[in-house]
Design a binder for this molecule. Structure first.
Ligand code: SF4
Length: 342
């Protein structure tokens, strides 16, 4: 539960009938460098037909190894990179092809927290100026008094002391800088928060504090959070739903409890087997995957995971497994139902 007076920050108005964010068959391909000597340009298939929905007040975690395309999904939604194809709907409205001018008012509604707050905070500005910038850009406070009051509430919400306002980013620890980054993201009252590896650079204890803060903010403000992480352990206590990505595709998506209790896809099981458990004597089997993640320039045919999957058979090399229902709200892209104990 929240320890701060978050009720003073405005909550987004609920909308009936559709999720806040809907992503349909999103694709993002990056061209390789310009071709020479008549060689054809090739494409890195960073994101390939990714679909999901995110409800208001919920957290969806997008999890996978480095290079699986999860950050590109987040950047495509925020239109920091242009999608190659597919649809992105914010509050029921298509935003995938909007011009920058028409996108601008919507940018207020979706904000981002990056992994490295230091590089994303202007070192020459004080915390007050950093927080005032989005408020002024979007015209959200009438006069200096209203601006000051709004900034004071933001500071309280992320549990930073009042005297932080006159200081600059280099005067803070990594965890405090991430709090400043979160306050800046909250400044324009967003409805969607994309957290891209937001705690990956922090020490264990600081990481836990920031995760608790994000959970409190999400619950108190009714935010929709897309939490991108390479670490399943990090999302366990935060996410309502978890989507696992491998080589540009979602291979499994499920409610949090179902994914941890009964993972279906062999890749998810391997990731979960590496998550530390509180009881070191609890029986468990670590699944070590052979080989590296293949290049997204030349993804393996059929099931992308077949080069590393201990259960792969001929069919896996030829036929792309579709996401299919394996439980309530639980889908998995594997041809087979492999018993959990195997
Ligand atoms: Fe493994 Fe085949 Fe399932 Fe892919 S479809 S996860 S290769 S068993």
């Amino acid at each position: 539960m929240s320890e701060t007076p978050l009720a003073s920050l405005p909550k987004p108005a609920p909308t009936e009938g559709h999720p806040l964010l809907e992503v349909r068959k999103l694709r993002k391909f990056f061209p390789t460098r310009a071709h020479t000597f008549g060689l054809r340009r090739q494409w890195v298939r960073a994101v390939d037909e990714v679909s999901f929905a995110l409800e208001r007040g919920k957290t969806l975690a997008l999890v996978g190894e480095s290079g699986c395309g999860k950050s590109t999904v987040g950047r495509s939604i925020l239109r920091l990179v242009e999608p190659t194809g597919g649809e992105i709907l914010l509050d029921g409205a298509h935003i995938e092809a909007l011009s920058e001018r028409r996108l601008r008012p919507l940018r207020r509604r979706m904000q981002v927290v990056f992994q490295d707050p230091f590089s994303s905070l202007n070192p020459r500005l004080t915390v007050y100026e950093i927080l005032a910038e989005p408020i002024r850009n979007f015209g959200l406070a009438q006069g200096r008094e209203a601006e000051r009051a709004r900034i004071a509430r933001l500071l309280e919400a992320v549990r930073l002391p009042r005297d932080a306002l006159s200081r600059r980013p280099h005067e803070f620890s990594g965890g405090q800088r991430q709090r400043i980054g979160i306050a800046r993201a909250l400044a324009p009252d967003p409805e969607l928060l994309v957290c891209d590896e937001a705690v990956a650079a922090l020490d264990v204890s600081v990481k836990a504090q920031i995760l608790n803060l994000l959970a409190d903010l999400q619950e108190s403000l009714g935010l929709a959070v897309l939490f991108i992480s390479h670490d399943l352990a990090v999302v366990e206590h935060l996410a309502h739903r978890i989507a696992v990505m491998y080589l540009g595709r979602i291979v499994e998506e499920a409610p949090n409890e179902a994914l941890f209790a009964a993972p279906h896809h062999p890749y998810t099981r391997a990731l979960l087997s590496a998550v530390p458990v509180p009881d070191p004597f609890a029986p468990r089997r670590r699944i070590v995957l052979k080989g590296d993640v293949p290049s997204p320039l030349h993804p393996p045919p059929g099931c992308h995971f077949h080069t590393r999957c201990p259960y792969a058979v001929a069919r896996c090399r030829e036929e792309v497994p579709k996401l299919r229902s394996v439980g309530p709200g639980h889908v998995s892209a594997c041809h087979f139902d492999i018993p959990l104990a195997s």
